[in-house]
Ligand binder design. Structure first.
Ligand SMILES: Nc1ncnc2c1ncn2[C@@H]1O[C@H](COP(=O)(O)OP(=O)(O)O)[C@@H](O)[C@H]1O
Ligand SMILES: [Mg+2]
Length: 448
């Protein structure tokens, strides 16, 4: 529909605002132009009774769903036309009511097989499982695939939508600054960098003990750039069928290139090549060259795509990744120092019911060697104690200082073993100075 036709219809609609057919026609046209918010405004608070015709109700439902109002979309999907059933399935997927969604999806496809939508089906077939003890915002989610799901590629290709920024990451100020200077700025001002003939591209490899914020930092980098975040676990890319892993890898890069700005985050990068303990050698080395050629492709075609990777075992990472233009920046994500520990504890306590003064400084002082994840665990254990007391007494018991200190006594730091191993590499296998940051950290924290 061209602009003047749409404008004419809008004028007509102003004159006869209760004409449901006309309203649906205008909203449909606006949806097609990605003007979902405008369409929703036109719909106002009209309900399903306004639309006698199923096709018009369907448009109203789409308008609601396009703006994330899934519950409301469902109210328009009363009758059982195939399209409305499919829309219902989509709305239910949005609400994570996958069981009901699958039923609606199956009915819709029986009624009209042309409506098949593999990515919706795979989304409905999956169960989202959260790791025990996860809080809402930093929850680690594992998508479990249902038995009927053949299209796992869609899972890999779906960007995450939760927005995290540097403010959600406690401590690590130096690294944030480095990322800002070396990644975010060149990303945001490519012209400036071009003018000064600074080459943009390549990637950053984050390494350090588990649970200290590598993944969080990558996610926050995407948030800072307002970019899509693609979290790729290498183990998900590895496929037992010859050629499939490379094809998946290529598809992931293509998808990111197609949706800039994007941050691609390759977790467990050591699983690609390196000691090759994860897969058959010929298979991984092909995948490594696919990966490297995709990455090198960014030297030419890197507009708006940023590559980050992480590993807990930097000494197992294939040296081919470290060449210039590839992961030429190697950043150590250390265990949090005392002020960072206090910040992380506060970040994780925020939004939970507490009472009285919490002696965060004491806990921060006494938790040397605890990772960010360990600190979150302290807060969660304290919350568990408060919940137990609440259940036992029937009165809401908020988290108190004593709960926090008890949790601290129950838990052990998890970074020490990593630091011991890293110390050996840093001392005896530091030819190109790649572990200088580890040595400096050990020195500063009195662990060298
Ligand atoms: N610096 C930090 N600030 C706030 N939370 C943190 C920090 N480091 C770790 N965490 C918590 O621990 C969880 C696991 O951290 P993660 O980023 O997955 O660690 P890594 O990738 O280094 O193994 C995070 O989701 C977050 O809840
Ligand atoms: Mg991680």
């Amino acid at each position: 529909m061209d602009d003047s036709t749409l404008a004419g219809l809008k004028t007509a609609l102003t004159a006869t605002p209760d004409n449901a057919k006309l309203l649906a026609l205008v909203m449909g046209a606006m949806l097609e132009r990605d003007e979902g918010a405008g369409a929703l405004a036109l719909l106002g608070n009209r309900g399903p009774e306004h639309f006698a015709d199923t096709a018009d109700a369907l448009i109203a439902a789409r308008v609601c769903l396009a703006s994330g109002e899934a519950e409301r979309a469902l109210t328009f999907a009363r009758t059982d036309s195939a399209e409305l059933l499919m829309l219902r399935a989509r709305a239910l997927a949005h609400l994570n009511r996958n069981e009901e969604g699958r039923a609606a999806y199956d009915q819709a496809v029986v009624a009209n097989p042309a409506l098949e939508d593999p990515s919706l089906r795979s989304r409905l077939a999956s169960r989202v499982r959260t790791f025990p003890g996860g809080d809402d915002r930093h929850m680690l989610k594992v998508i479990e695939r249902g038995p009927t799901d053949g299209s796992d590629l869609n899972q890999l290709l779906t960007p995450e939508t939760e927005k995290v920024t540097f403010a959600d990451v406690g401590g690590l100020d130096e690294i944030k600054e480095q990322i800002r200077k070396r990644i975010i700025l060149p990303f945001q001002k490519p012209k400036l960098y071009q003018k000064f003939k600074k080459r943009v591209g390549g990637g950053i490899l984050l390494y350090g003990p588990p649970g200290c914020g590598k993944t969080l930092l990558a996610r926050a980098t995407a948030g800072e750039c307002h970019a899509q975040f693609y979290n790729v676990a290498i183990s998900d890319v590895l496929d037992m069928y010859v050629g499939e892993s490379e094809a998946k890898m290529h598809a992931i890069f293509e998808k990111a290139r197609a949706t800039p700005p994007a941050v691609m985050f390759f977790d467990e990068i050591e699983a690609l090549g390196g000691k090759r303990q994860y897969s058959r050698e010929s298979l991984t080395s092909k995948l490594v060259s696919q990966f490297l050629s995709e990455m090198d492709g960014f030297a030419r075609n890197n507009q708006g795509v940023l590559i980050l990777a992480a590993t807990n075992v930097p000494w197992s990472v294939d040296a081919a990744f470290m060449r210039p233009g590839r992961f030429d920046r190697f950043l150590f994500v250390p265990p949090p120092d005392r002020p960072a520990r206090a910040t992380i504890l506060s970040l994780h306590l925020a939004g939970r019911p507490t009472e009285g003064r919490m002696d965060i400084d004491y806990v921060a002082k006494s938790s040397s060697g605890f990772s960010g994840a360990d600190l979150r665990h302290i807060v969660e254990t304290a919350a568990d104690h408060a919940i137990e007391e609440t259940l036992a007494t029937g009165q809401e018991v908020p988290i108190r200082d004593a709960h926090l200190k008890a949790a601290l006594r129950e838990l052990k730091p998890t970074t020490l073993e990593w630091l011991t191993t890293a110390r050996n590499y840093a001392r005896y296998a530091n030819e190109s100075g790649q572990y200088d940051a580890v040595l400096a950290f050990l020195d500063k924290s009195g662990r060298s």
